[in-house]
Ligand binder design. Structure first.
Ligand code: BT5
Length: 269
């Protein structure tokens, strides 16, 4: 029995790109998940910065195996291999750095008001336009590699019923007729910048994230995790990237990204 191995339809290189991320980009037509493909390449020794892009994903995923809706040509689906010389704890900064890069691209390059919800959602007008999934490979307490997966809704005119009230796209919000590839270029520039900051100057990530997120400070939220629900008011990020929440009785809790869902008690988003 032979199994079909997907192969890229195009490989673009940016030789004059002084930066690392996306210096080589493999473009696929259909993949199950760009994160799975990037992980396979990383296990085969692919270099830091190799970027995998698919026009369509048949099994795009979010955290804990949740589904990421990935119709052909409508969204940007990309995964980048990262090999930071850093401790596993630094992976949290990669998620925060990527969120800043996506939000800045929406705001600066496409004039679309973007907000960041801890830990991994980018929202426009209260609906999710982008999700980020960082999957790490850790050996002997060292980060061997991390796969940074980003899905951005670009050209969807609408969404399936189950996503209609929570998802949006650049086309819906800004009425822009751009393609996923046109979003990729400015995004890579910002990802390069913020990835370098995540490794060299994490305080800049904390600062940048807090500036862009309306959830960072004084937001009344509910935090839902596997075993508990708490409500309180946000009090910024710690130096290690956890979200501080003050409960009604004045106690302060540190929320670490993991599998949590946050809802605003004011807007419900
Ligand atoms: C995420 O998970 O938000 C991370 C999504 C990462 C997707 C990228 S695409 C490229 C790369 N390859 C992959 O296979 N994945 C990454 P989470 O926080 O668990 O949110 C998932 C939830 O978002 C789902 O349960 C739905 O409720 C919702 N959702 C699914 N598809 C969506 C879409 N296209 N737009 C907005 N929301 C969506």
């Amino acid at each position: 029995m032979t199994t079909e191995v997907p192969s890229p339809v195009n490989i673009s290189t940016r030789p004059d790109h002084e930066k690392i991320l996306g210096a080589t980009t493999l473009h696929f037509d259909t993949l199950d998940s760009t994160n799975t493909e990037a992980r396979k390449l990383a296990n085969q020794g692919a270099a830091e910065g190799v970027c995998v892009v698919a026009r369509e994903q048949t099994a795009g995923r979010g955290r804990l195996g949740r589904n990421w809706n990935s119709p052909a040509g409508a969204g940007l689906y990309l995964s980048i291999i990262l090999r930071p010389n850093a401790s596993p704890a630094r992976a949290a900064f990669i998620t925060l750095a990527a969120a800043i890069a996506v939000a800045e691209t929406l705001i600066q390059d496409f004039h679309t008001p973007a907000d960041i919800k801890y830990p991994n959602d980018i929202l426009v007008n209260g609906k999710k336009i982008c999700g980020i999934l960082v999957e790490s490979s850790i050996t002997e307490n060292k980060l061997e590699y991390a796969i940074l997966g980003i899905g951005v809704n670009i050209a969807q005119p609408d969404f399936p019923d189950e996503l209609k009230t929570i998802a949006t796209s650049l086309r819906i919000e800004a009425n822009l007729g751009i393609t996923p590839d046109e979003f990729l270029e400015p995004l890579l520039v910002k990802l390069n910048h913020w990835y370098i900051e995540a490794l060299a100057n994490p305080a800049a990530i904390i600062e940048g994230w807090q500036t862009l997120s309306s959830y960072a400070r004084d937001a009344k939220i509910r935090v839902i995790s596997n075993d508990s629900i708490i409500e309180g008011t946000t009090r910024g990020l710690t130096a290690s990237g956890a979200l501080l929440v003050e409960l009604d009785d004045g106690q302060i809790r540190e929320i670490v990204s993991g599998d949590i869902t946050i809802r605003s008690l004011e807007s419900g988003v």
